[in-house]
Design a protein around this ligand. Structure first.
Ligand code: TXA
Ligand code: MG
Length: 342
């Protein structure tokens, strides 16, 4: 299959490319597009055969439901049968944006979008290209992250191309995404919202609008509960070489890396700008940025980076779980083979 790539650099040329991609969606093909979180792999959510192509292209387990992307609250309404009051407050505050609502599903979308569940995940993305594409398609667009299942999510068109070239019909290249981690997924079927996947909108932000917000107990690694979002039970976001997380002082981290190097291991180190300065000059370092927002935004690119760099192991620093740090650490723990505590 040939993958058609549209590059969108300037806003005024948006219409032509978007129309081409929307036509593909309407014809039942799959097209990757940028959102403010990560690139999505879209298909017409009302067309079961089109949705099936998403699962095939990604190698995605059949029991893992997809998010339906819509362009407005009116469109969201057609996909669900009930919306609690607190969801309207969350919509006012955070939609369009990186927040996905799990709500009781209407039968508007094809069954395989929700993998047979009675609920559906719905999100209004804020990226102008995503919004324009959904509008031009005139229907909800089912879209998981546009990576091969198990790999880090794509934050640049090059990542999508690397994973899916020849397996999808189209790709809109709209440059780098912003947030860099996926949307927060919240279960809104009960009286109190429950975070099933931490993401772009933090627990603190949600609580300002909706009062008490719970974390899915299944997200805690030591817990016996299973995560409620089917996708959260898989090992995920993993680079192609082993990833070790280091929890300890900077000094212990540097000593650990030095010892590994002396033992003949080729180590790639993934750290914040601040921590980068403690390592010897000949260390193979990839800097993720200074603030936790910058780190979130460049994390997946960092996880993919060392693939080309010929290392045996990636060692990554652990970060504070404040704000979006919670989502950063959730993704790192899922990607990691080992946590080293010293
Ligand atoms: O930011 C994002 O959310 C990106 C962009 C493309 O919008 N999408 C994304 O989709 O991350 P995906 O498929 O990679 O992750 C969706 C997550 C999975 O963990 C899935 O199990 C969960 O949401 N999910 C979807 N529908 C659900 C439902 N009805 N009940 C529980 N969990 C659900
Ligand atoms: Mg994904």
């Amino acid at each position: 299959m040939h993958t058609k790539v549209w590059k969108i650099h300037s806003k005024n040329r948006l219409d032509k490319e978007i129309q081409g991609a929307a036509d593909m969606l309407k014809a039942g093909e799959v097209v990757a597009f940028p959102t403010e979180t990560v690139y999505g792999l879209g298909a017409d959510a009302t067309n079961a055969a089109a949705v099936r192509k998403i699962f095939e292209a990604k190698g995605r387990p059949q029991d893992n439901p997809l998010i339906a992307h819509v362009a407005s609250v009116e469109q969201l309404n057609t996909l669900v049968t009930f919306i609690p009051d607190y969801v309207y407050r969350l919509i006012d505050a955070f939609s369009p944006g990186p927040l996905t609502y799990i709500l009781p599903a209407s039968d508007f979308c094809a069954d395989n979008v929700r993998a047979g569940l009675s609920t559906i995940g719905v999100r209004i993305p804020s990226h102008p290209i995503a919004l324009a594409l959904i509008q031009a398609a005139g229907r909800p667009v089912a879209a998981p992250s546009a990576n091969v299942s198990g790999k880090p999510s794509p934050t640049a068109a090059a990542h999508v191309f690397e994973d899916l070239n020849g397996r999808i019909s189209g790709l809109i290249d709209g440059g780098q995404t912003g947030v860099g981690l996926e949307s927060t997924v919240i279960d809104c079927t009960g009286e109190i919202p429950i975070i099933l996947r931490p993401g772009g909108i933090t627990k603190e932000q949600l609580e300002l609008e909706a009062g008490t917000v719970m974390m899915d107990p299944g997200l805690v690694t030591s817990s016996e509960d299973r995560p409620k979002a089917p996708g959260m039970k898989y090992k995920h976001y993993a680079p192609e070489v082993p990833l070790y997380l280091f929890a300890g002082t900077d000094r212990a981290f540097r000593d650990f890396v030095d010892k590994e190097k002396q033992a003949g291991n080729r180590i790639g180190v993934l750290v914040s700008d601040q921590t980068a300065d403690i390592f010897a000059e000949d260390t193979n370092i990839h800097r993720l940025g200074e603030t936790i927002e910058e780190i979130a935004s460049s994390l997946y690119d960092g996880l993919r980076f060392f693939k080309q760099a010929n290392v045996d192991k990636i060692m990554c620093e652990t970060f504070s779980e404040q704000g979006i740090g919670q989502a950063v650490m959730n993704r790192l723990r899922k990607a990691a083979d080992r946590v080293i505590e010293e």
